[in-house]
Design a protein around this ligand. Structure first.
Ligand SMILES: O=C(O)C(=O)C[C@]1(C(=O)O)C=C[C@@H](O)C=C1
Length: 379
């Protein structure tokens, strides 16, 4: 780094730096940034040509412009090298947008997400892919799966678990009947607000709409502040927000995106009972992702219904000291009282240690399906 970049603003001896001096310096830096970002975008255009010439196609037969493992590596490097004063996450968010715009030059990425517009899932999709992604809201989780399977979009984004309310069964069940793979994860801090339309006063609120999970995540706050208001569960927080725009005696519990989209007023902010309330979302697509250096793998295992089955299932992970991050049980669709296990663990399916573990697991399980290996969420 050159001296001029590290030193504070230029300053004549004994003379305090002025606002004009600083603005001139900012203008000069912006011009440099402009040229550098343009140069980077030019490189991305060349990358696209190289990929096309090499016929770099994935399992879906399409050229792989979007490379999740490379994006994770770029963002991790930015965070590791960030000199401050901006926080690493803030810096990575800026680079997230630069990469998103660069990818759009190669080929705009198309996504389906659990809608309607304004849901936390849309927020998660934009956090993961950046604002240049073209997003399409779907009415239900299985519709997101179908849209990707039909090839109408390249990727889908669905919620899978919440830190307070637990797993989203619809998502796990949808994997059982699908060939789609997981290509990424994104964790979003969930902040709920109490929102009203332009003509609603706080003391007039007699009904509160939200998704059942959000009502549950704000249960204590509602008991304390609106014990007599009727709580009405609707299909999504965004739908709740849409509904209360014209109902003067109602409020909605929803997030920032829905508040902005429907121009609602915040009566109270961050009303979730647990301050670290977060939701994990999965990115689903057709192609496998190569190792990024810090990865997770998700599998579904059907066990034979016999004594000691759970012990047999976990033993290979224990033997190889693999870090399990989640184990979930769901009834199998293939018969009453049969169960399948959804397991997440650290490591990539191409690591020899993971390959060996999966091999041992196959010896004792009725079926093992790898849903995907993907970079651990960076942002
Ligand atoms: O490295 C690549 O393969 C690129 O296409 C470049 C780039 C980038 O802008 O850095 C853009 C899109 C990909 O998803 C990953 C990275």
């Amino acid at each position: 780094m050159s001296d001029s970049k590290e030193s504070p603003a230029p300053q004549a001896a004994g003379k305090a730096v002025t606002l004009d001096d600083l603005r001139q310096r900012i203008d000069a830096i912006d011009n440099e940034l402009l040229n550098l970002i343009s140069e980077r975008a030019g490189c991305a255009q060349q990358v696209a040509e190289v990929k096309l010439a090499a016929g770099d196609v994935g399992e879906d037969g399409q050229v792989q412009f979007y490379r999740p493992e490379r994006e994770a590596q770029v963002l991790r490097r930015i965070m590791a090298n960030n000199p401050g004063p901006l926080k690493g996450e803030e810096m990575a968010r800026l680079f997230r947008e630069i990469m998103s715009a660069c990818l759009a030059l190669e080929q705009p990425i198309r996504l389906a997400y659990l809608g309607p517009e304004g849901t936390f899932t849309q927020q998660a999709a934009l956090k993961h892919f950046g604002d240049s992604a073209v997003t399409k809201p779907m009415a239900a989780i299985d519709e997101v799966f179908r849209e990707v399977e039909a090839g109408a979009v390249q990727y889908g984004v669905v919620p899978v678990e919440n830190s307070t309310e637990g797993v989203i069964n619809h998502t796990l069940d949808s994997f059982m009947g699908s060939q789609l793979k997981i290509s990424g994860e994104v964790v979003l801090r969930i902040h709920h607000h109490l929102l009203v339309g332009p003509n609603t006063r706080r003391e007039k609120i007699s009904r509160i709409y939200s998704h059942a999970q959000s009502l549950a995540q704000c249960r204590k706050w509602l008991d304390a502040h609106f014990p007599h208001a009727e709580r009405i569960a609707v299909s999504s927080n965004a739908e709740a927000a849409r509904q209360v725009r014209t109902e003067w005696h109602s409020a909605a519990i929803a997030g920032d995106m829905a508040a902005k989209l429907y121009e609602l007023e915040k009566v109270e902010e961050k009303i979730e009972d647990s301050p670290d309330n977060s939701t994990r979302f999965l990115i689903i697509g057709d192609s496998s992702v190569p190792a990024s250096g810090d990865d997770k793998t998700s599998i579904v295992v059907a066990m034979r219904n016999q004594p000691g089955a759970l012990h047999d299932l976990l033993a290979p992970f224990h033997r190889h000291q693999i870090d399990l991050t989640r184990v979930e049980t769901r009834p199998s669709r293939s018969g009453a009282w049969n169960y399948v296990f959804f397991i997440d663990f650290r490591g990539h399916r191409d690591d020899p240690l993971i390959t060996a573990t999966l091999e041992e697991l196959r010896q004792c399980a009725a079926d093992v399906k790898v849903l995907g290996s993907y970079p651990v969420g960076v942002l």
